[in-house]
Design a protein around this ligand. Sequence first.
Ligand code: PLP
Length: 386
Amino acid sequence: MKSVYMDHSATTPVDPDVFNAMIPYYTDIYGNASSVHSQGQKAHRAVEQAREQVAALIGASAGELIFTAGGTEADNQAIITFMTQEHQKKGKHIITSAIEHHAVLHTCEFLTKFGFELTVLPVNSYGTVEPDTLREALRPDTALVSIMHANNEIGTIEDIKSLVDISHEVGAAFHTDAVQTVGKIPVNVKELGVDLLSASGHKLYGPKGIGILFAKKGIRIGSYLHGGAHERNLRAGTVNVAGAVGFGKAAELAGQRLPQNIAHLKELSQRLTSGILDSIPNSRLTGHPVNRLPGSVSVVFDYVEGESILLMLDSYGIMASSGSACTSGSLDPSHVLLAIGLPHETAHGSLRLTMGKDNTEDDVDYVLEKLPPIIKNLRLMSPLGQ
Ligand code: PLP
């Protein structure tokens, strides 16, 4: 049976070149990067080279990055350690948006248990945070604004630069969760103007379990994990050398391939989106029609249930998701789809197809062959669809 993987926003396969670059750091150069012997020093140099590679992809200096165990940890560290230090100077107010990944949303909510105050901004029907909404929410005691660069479920890309400018006018720092954008669209920390940024290796053909937190020079963050003096005292724990090397190589390759990948994915997305909307009645695209991640096609179908679509697609070898990979398994509709104003019933019928560099027109046509009859049959079985 044909196998079509269209769940690249959940994770990507490790690129063979990335895998090959990592192998020696498991087999030959397995030293601890903190050790003084030659093995340790080789490992240390490899980590520093990787830091340079990731920094180059996002226009940062290597000294502004620390390696973490992924996007979730980077988000937690950025928000918790910045707020616990900065509130003494600026205040206890944080602003975030209603469509953030739970790594941000739940972290901000966690802080409210300790006296921090949180404002969760609504978004418009495209999932865009409107500048005026942010302007009205900012207060003299707002220390941090955390708004994602692009949404993992509906693909909408936010106008981070404008949101940063508005926040900086009142002296609030800005964090962006760029887990879905780094390696997929151009991301430059200087052009965006952000103070803090999180990214993750496994979304750009690197390994799982490795991420980075960018903290602009002069921005005070602290250690979130306590222990040794690794990562300039900012992230205790033996450094994941092979993971860092893999992330570095993935970043280098992503930078080289960015224009061609974007062009390829835009073409595939157009074909898939119009194919779905033209052939399936009562279907619509979610997220912004233009300002969206190049390979992301997110749709909702009336009168069907997302989980059933996934199971049927999987029986044909098509792997996709409904809402976020992290929330599937729960029966609640996705908080993102509710935040863009979809009614509960519609939000339940969501499908996210996220393509990657190796998907082809054939893959798209295969999905377009299988999906319409699946929806038709599910609607025939559903009391709502009849
Ligand atoms: N932020 C966003 C927007 C994501 O999509 C994800 C993963 O799906 C994460 C954070 C978490 O990243 P990680 O899996 O590296 O912990």
